[in-house]
Design a protein around this ligand. Structure first.
Ligand SMILES: Nc1ncnc2c1ncn2[C@@H]1O[C@H](COP(=O)(O)OP(=O)(O)OP(=O)(O)O)[C@@H](O)[C@H]1O
Length: 435
């Protein structure tokens, strides 16, 4: 008896909520029924043909507004019912997100499902007394449960969260080298693409960037995309890049792009110490006169690119070289920002003993990592709970990374554009023409 009563109550609740959840669908069905009842089936056929024709013209003439206002909304309604509503209870119970109190089960409630071009956003009302962290810890279970490649949790307010499930991977295909911008914005260099299809823009002026990833994860593409985006300014002389290339593989290809280049320990340390001297000279000139750096030919933005920084700070056999390199890097990263000196470094192993300076880099890029515990080491505490599974990045997708974009603590999945050897040769040849 109780069970049947519960079913009836749920059915009534569902019917009452239906017009609020799906107003267009319920309105259309009611309108169709009314036309069929008052005017007959022939007129219903005419009305449906007119509406269908109108929608067809809309789709044909204005496809993007049709997609936004009709296609994605219809998809959202469909996925709400077919994917999320249908699997909600079993997935949440198995994932341990259903709560029990006095032998009653309480489930978080789906408020709304909306679709963008690439993802489903499921807005959820939490059960009172639970926290968004419970969902953040279960992102893997949720993603697998709803058949999505990943899941990200965003908190909108009290008991109000959004679960974002990508429907397809927008980063599955290699992205060719980005077009070189005519006007270089050093605070927004085009690097590649974000998971939602928007451009991934990197700030370099006023910060330092550390790129971490195992061998073959695509660190080179991050460095080269940044250098490529700056080439017009390098040609104009308002940006100067000094490169340290211990592996002699990554950067030697485009040597003409670099104002200075070093490939062994001693030369690398000298380069870093020269950079420190240049920075301090600039700081002395600016003192009391200028608070921010504006790149000019006389005072260019100086970018120190270091491939495999641990070679200098941890692996170099000479202790003196290691110590001097670490000192110089610490000075550059702690004092360079406001005087127009930035360090863009790459690193394979983020463990503390390998690089003590990790925290001096305000911006970090986590390419594919070896272990789950390294994610928070690179992107900061809580990054993995928020869905930055850099250790699960597919080895077949080099260049894919997690980053924190400015003004947000939510890690975003991005893919760096692939700058091929031919692209680098073309960039270097252009530079020879200028020199
Ligand atoms: N963004 C990218 N998109 C597609 N393919 C890429 C990308 N970046 C790198 N690759 C491919 O992956 C290979 C390894 O990349 P890369 O040498 O940049 O890795 P790495 O992290 O610098 O490795 P190592 O530390 O060994 O130098 C490249 O030869 C290239 O074929």
């Amino acid at each position: 008896m109780f069970v049947i009563g519960g079913w009836i109550a749920r059915l009534v609740g569902f019917l009452v909520r239906l017009p609020f959840r799906f107003p267009v669908l319920v309105g259309s069905l009611t309108g169709s029924a009314a036309v069929a009842y008052w005017l007959g089936w022939v007129w219903l056929g005419v009305a449906l043909a007119l509406v269908g024709g109108g929608l067809g013209v809309w789709w044909w003439r204005w496809p993007s507004s049709f997609r936004r206002l009709v296609g994605l909304r219809a998809l959202g309604a469909w996925r709400w019912v077919w994917v999320y509503h249908r699997h909600w209870q079993p997935v949440l119970v198995v994932a341990g997100l259903a709560e029990s109190y006095l032998e009653r089960q309480y489930l978080p409630r789906i408020r709304r499902v909306t679709c963008s071009d690439w993802s489903d956003r499921v807005r959820v009302k939490l059960v009172a007394g639970t926290s968004p962290a419970d969902f953040e810890e279960r992102v893997v279970e949720l993603a697998h449960g709803f058949g999505a490649p990943s899941c990200r949790v965003t908190v909108r307010g009290p008991r109000d969260i959004v679960l974002e499930f990508p429907r397809r991977d927008m980063l599955a295909d290699t992205i060719g080298a980005m077009p070189v911008p005519a006007d270089v914005d050093l605070k927004a260099l085009p690097m590649g693409t974000c998971e939602d299809g928007s451009p991934w823009l990197l700030r370099l002026h006023g910060t330092h960037v550390l790129t971490v990833g195992v061998t073959g994860s695509g660190k080179g593409s991050v460095i080269w995309s940044a250098v490529r985006a700056m080439t017009p300014a390098i040609e104009a002389g308002t940006v100067r890049v000094w490169a340290i290339d211990p592996k002699r593989m990554e950067l030697s290809y485009g040597r003409t792009l670099f104002a200075r280049y070093a490939d062994d320990g001693e030369a690398a340390v000298e380069l870093l110490e020269r950079a420190v001297a240049a920075m301090q000279d600039r700081a002395a000139r600016y003192a009391g006169k200028q608070r921010a750096h504006v790149p000019t030919v006389d005072d260019p933005f100086l970018v120190i690119v270091v491939d495999e920084v641990a070679f200098l700070t941890a692996y170099h056999p000479d202790r003196d070289v290691r110590r001097r390199a670490e000192n110089a890097l610490a000075t550059l990263t702690s004092q360079g920002r406001s005087v127009g000196v930035a360090v863009l470094a790459a690193l394979q192993d983020p463990r503390k003993e390998v690089l003590n300076l990790r925290n001096l880099f305000p911006d970090k890029i986590a390419l594919r990592l070896d272990e789950a515990s390294q994610v928070d080491m690179v992107l900061g505490e809580g990054a993995r709970d928020r869905g930055a599974n850099a250790h699960l990045i597919d080895p077949d997708l080099p260049g894919v990374a997690f980053v924190r974009l400015e003004g947000s603590s939510i890690p975003v999945r991005v893919r760096a554009a692939y700058v091929s050897d031919e692209d680098i040769t073309a960039m270097a040849t252009d530079m020879e023409g200028v020199a």
